[in-house]
Design a protein around this ligand. Structure first.
Ligand code: NAP
Length: 287
């Protein structure tokens, strides 16, 4: 594996932190930048090099990855005064792994190209556990030759990289899979509450789900938090609301799309945005 590429990483939240750890373990040199500095400390202790700005990463690294909250954060990191595109640094590659709109991905590809910088759109499916285990599903858009150059990075972070087309298409695919995620979790929460209201314990109902044909990866992952009634964020509920809104803006017009967005938005307005997305069950229960 080519670990000679010097990597820069921006965004050390729930996802960025374990992803950088895996790259360090695999032998990559990784420089890191996070807006809130104390999140850099554990990774510096694990061998990462601190950077004072996105611009500094751009100057010193071959490939820079962004893993940030939303469209506004990514655009700010690209375009601010000390941002990725603030100086001439042609021939570098930027990979955006944050979930953003297809429109933003196309825009980022366009402004990168103007600076002669390669751009790859690579959102991921899978939450903190797959990020820790290096088993994310990486959805890739952009120039296929640029993808080949950065594939060694994806081989560490995920179990598969699926190339889907030009920049923007990967973001569309990511919004589609998160629509399904929202449906699954809403369905699971409604099912458990309906059963409980009719005398079936959540323990028994989760066993019926998880031992039968309706089981899936996410029902198994979220069972512990439902049983313990505890929802520390792996995937914050606010991020799913963002993604459902982006999907709507990108043209999602399906019978369940609007009620789903309304349900998660209600949970957000009730103060559950920083909790895990499975906290939708608290909102449905009346908190
Ligand atoms: P997170 O824990 O909320 O972390 C967000 C990161 O973005 C933090 O490093 C934060 O910096 C940074 N940030 C936010 N606004 C910024 C700004 N204006 N300038 C600079 N940095 C800024 O999010 P996450 O769970 O890691 O998710 C990251 C992305 O991956 C999101 O797009 C999310 O939708 C997507 N995603 C998440 C999951 C998941 O399960 N968590 C799964 C797949 C995809 P601070 O530390 O300073 O706040």
């Amino acid at each position: 594996m080519n670990t000679n590429l010097k990597l820069g990483w921006i965004g050390l939240g729930n996802m960025g932190n374990p992803m950088v750890r895996n790259l360090l373990k695999a032998g990559f040199k990784v420089a890191v930048y996070n807006r809130t500095k104390d999140k850099e400390t554990p990774l510096i202790e694990a061998g990462a090099i601190p950077a004072t700005s996105p611009q500094e990463l751009m100057e010193n690294c071959d490939v820079i990855v962004t893993m940030l909250s939303n469209d506004a954060a990514v655009k700010e990191v690209f375009e601010s005064k000390s941002g990725l595109l603030s100086k001439n640094n042609s021939e570098k590659i930027i990979i955006n792994m944050s979930t953003v709109s297809p429109e933003t991905s196309r825009y980022l590809a366009m402004i990168s190209k103007k600076h002669q910088i390669g751009f790859i759109d690579a959102p991921v499916s899978g939450s903190v556990k797959p990020a820790q285990e290096g088993t994310l599903v990486i959805i890739v858009g952009g120039n296929p030759e640029t993808f080949d150059l950065v594939k060694p990075i994806f081989n560490v972070l995920g179990k598969i990289s699926i190339y889907v087309g030009v920049a923007g298409v990967a973001s569309s695919a990511k919004l589609a899979i998160n629509y399904l995620l929202g449906l699954h979790l809403q369905g699971l929460a409604e099912t458990i509450l309906f059963a409980e209201n009719n005398g079936v314990s959540k323990e028994n109902m989760l066993s019926i789900v998880n031992e039968g044909a309706c089981a899936n990866g996410i029902s198994k992952i979220k069972s512990t938090s439902i049983l313990n009634d505890s929802f520390p964020a792996a995937f914050a509920l606010k991020h799913l609301v963002k993604d459902l809104k982006l999907a709507k803006d990108a043209g999602l017009d399906a019978p369940l799309a609007n009620p789903l967005l309304e349900s998660y938005s209600k949970a957000l307005n009730e103060g559950l945005g920083e909790d895990d997305v499975m906290a939708i069950i608290k909102s449905l229960k009346g908190i």
